[in-house]
Design a protein around this ligand. Sequence first.
Ligand SMILES: [Zn+2]
Ligand SMILES: [Zn+2]
Length: 77
Amino acid sequence: MSRERITIGGCPKCKSDLLTCQHNHFQNDELEIHSWEHKCPDCGFRQTEAFRSDDEDEPFDPILASKCPFCGRPAND
Ligand SMILES: [Zn+2]
Ligand SMILES: [Zn+2]
């Protein structure tokens, strides 16, 4: 499990400079999960998205999953 969080600012709710973008990556033999979270410590704004390789509804695209769906930044790990 790797975790990486950066401060990106520009909260869509309160315009705070402290909005963070966090990426979690989990991988083992059968399963890979990328999850993304934007969170604002000032107003509590939060949005999350997860991409799983075992999701049957949506085909898993590792290139798409390694980019933040909210701000578009690529994962560093
Ligand atoms: Zn905010
Ligand atoms: Zn982001």
